[in-house]
Design a protein around this ligand. Structure first.
Ligand SMILES: C[S@@+](CC[C@H](N)C(=O)[O-])C[C@H]1O[C@@H](n2cnc3c(N)ncnc32)[C@H](O)[C@@H]1O
Length: 263
């Protein structure tokens, strides 16, 4: 009898305490999400003002191009365009889009020592802001590959409007996992949402690039992916990391790896 009287009280207490722990954990989740969102918007503003002061005054043609890109994607953001494209492709993860801030690409270009003699291949160029920045401020040739047609079409329209860029900057619609990358002296990849098997396919594609080509990746080095791969023995490409440093992205800090193709 004693047992029967106590049970409902225990159940009730248990339910109340599990409700509070559930509520607390949800509250922590929402607070974290809110923090990320605020941080993202704050750094977006900071990046915009930084870009204006650092680059727009120096190069008015770049300012016009970059402002045209920002205006074009003001209401229909690149994040939404990318999400719609990935939904149509029935991709399980549709939140793959991200951007390298221009102040960050400047730092990366300095560390990688990109000069006007280089031919940079940007793998997955998104709206093309980095590709335009590289062509204007480093005066190098740039081939920017992107799968989303809207991005490529608008970038090509901007190239056509600017004779300075003709023959220097090319936007190609395609899959960088199967595009010929052999003309590259520098490859830039910001693909933090790529799966290991996609990166492995890319490493196979890097088979044909010239020795000494610089490959820049964000958040992981190619050797880390090779080490984790089941095809470790097959991936005979070897890369030497020559520099590794932290830079700011809108969502937080990330490590950039600069590596050279050795064999
Ligand atoms: C994270 S965004 C980076 C955009 C830009 N590189 C930057 O740093 O600001 C990755 C882009 O790569 C594109 N992408 C992903 N996989 C691709 C593939 N296999 N071929 C071509 N583009 C791809 C996506 O559509 C997206 O626009």
């Amino acid at each position: 009898m004693e047992i029967f009287r106590k049970r409902p009280i225990l159940d009730y207490r248990h339910r109340v305490s599990s409700f509070w722990s559930y509520f607390r954990s949800k509250l922590v989740d929402y607070a974290h999400f809110f923090y990320i969102l605020m941080r993202f918007q704050f750094f977006r503003c900071l990046d915009f003002y930084g870009t204006v002061f650092r680059f727009y005054f120096k190069n008015h043609a770049f300012a016009r191009t970059d402002f045209a890109i920002l205006s074009k994607y003001w209401l229909d953001s690149p994040f939404a365009i990318s999400k719609r494209y990935l939904q149509l492709k029935l991709e399980p993860d549709v939140h793959q889009y991200g951007e390298t801030p221009l102040l960050t690409i400047e730092k990366i270009a300095q560390k990688a020592n990109i000069t006007e003699r280089d031919h940079v291949f940007e793998l997955g160029c998104g709206t093309g802001r980095c590709a335009f920045w590289l062509a204007y401020f480093r005066a190098c040739s740039v081939t920017a590959i992107e799968q989303i047609p809207d991005f490529v079409d608008f970038s090509n329209q901007l190239v056509e409007k600017n004779s300075f860029l003709e023959g220097k900057l090319h936007f190609i619609r395609g899959d960088f996992l199967s595009t010929d990358l052999s003309q590259a002296t520098v490859i830039y990849l910001y693909g933090t949402k790529m799966t290991n098997s996609q990166i492995e396919s890319l490493i196979f594609n890097l088979n044909k690039i010239q020795l000494g080509t610089t490959i820049i990746t964000v958040s992981y080095s190619l050797n880390e992916i090779i080490a984790e791969s089941k095809n470790h023995a097959l991936l005979k490409e070897y890369f030497a990391v020559t520099a590794k440093f932290a830079v700011e992205f809108l969502w937080g800090k990330a490590t950039v790896f600069i590596q050279k193709k050795l064999q």
